[in-house]
Write a protein that binds this ligand. Structure first.
Ligand SMILES: CC(C)(COP(=O)(O)OP(=O)(O)OC[C@H]1O[C@@H](n2cnc3c(N)ncnc32)[C@H](O)[C@@H]1OP(=O)(O)O)[C@@H](O)C(=O)NCCC(=O)NCCS
Length: 143
């Protein structure tokens, strides 16, 4: 799972990174949702508002992931539904995201109603450090 991380980061820096995310949650620009199964966290997704004065209706979906053992059971779809409900509550009606092009995530986002805008070459690195094209998606939320 990529989630913006590199293999070389190591668990300690990954943990530090997420502790910083959690510590910054009181600024209300970022919403973090997790999905639990049997008392264990198996899914996570984040929503980050644009912060732009002229785009207070727009947010980016980030770090969506379901644990390998829990995939294919509709948890990702439920998580995205919960993120979209949270967005509506905040009057956020336009969501966008990027993911590594050509991966299973593209099929997932297309299955749940996201439209592919296009692909940017060398957008970000895969966990092994290889530069990879990024696929850009958006969804306009119904009221
Ligand atoms: C992509 C991911 C979040 C999907 O989560 P999931 O819980 O397995 O997805 P769901 O079971 O809710 O599937 C929802 C729909 O997406 C589609 N889908 C999900 N995984 C798919 C795959 N590997 N290939 C093709 N379609 C897929 C299915 O068609 C499904 O629709 P259906 O219910 O009509 O069959 C999960 O595989 C994952 O965490 N992958 C690694 C991390 C990642 O790629 N994150 C997103 C990029 S930032």
């Amino acid at each position: 799972m990529a989630l913006g991380a590199l293999d070389t980061m190591g668990l300690a820096s990954l943990e530090r990174w997420y502790r910083e995310v959690v510590a910054s949650l009181d600024d209300a620009a970022r919403i973090v949702l997790v999905g639990e199964d049997g008392g264990e966290i198996v899914a996570m997704g984040q929503l980050v508002s644009s912060g732009a004065t002229n785009a207070d209706h727009r947010a980016e979906v980030q770090r969506v992931g379901v644990a390998s053992r829990a995939r294919g059971r509709g948890i990702g779809r439920q998580l995205m539904q919960a993120l979209e409900d949270a967005a509506r509550e905040q009057q956020l009606g336009l969501l966008w995201l990027t993911t590594h092009d050509g991966t299973e995530a593209c099929a997932f986002y297309e299955a749940i109603g996201y439209t592919k805008l296009g692909v940017m070459p060398d957008y970000s690195r895969r966990p092994d450090g290889t530069l990879w094209p990024g696929a850009f998606y958006f969804k306009v939320l119904s009221a």
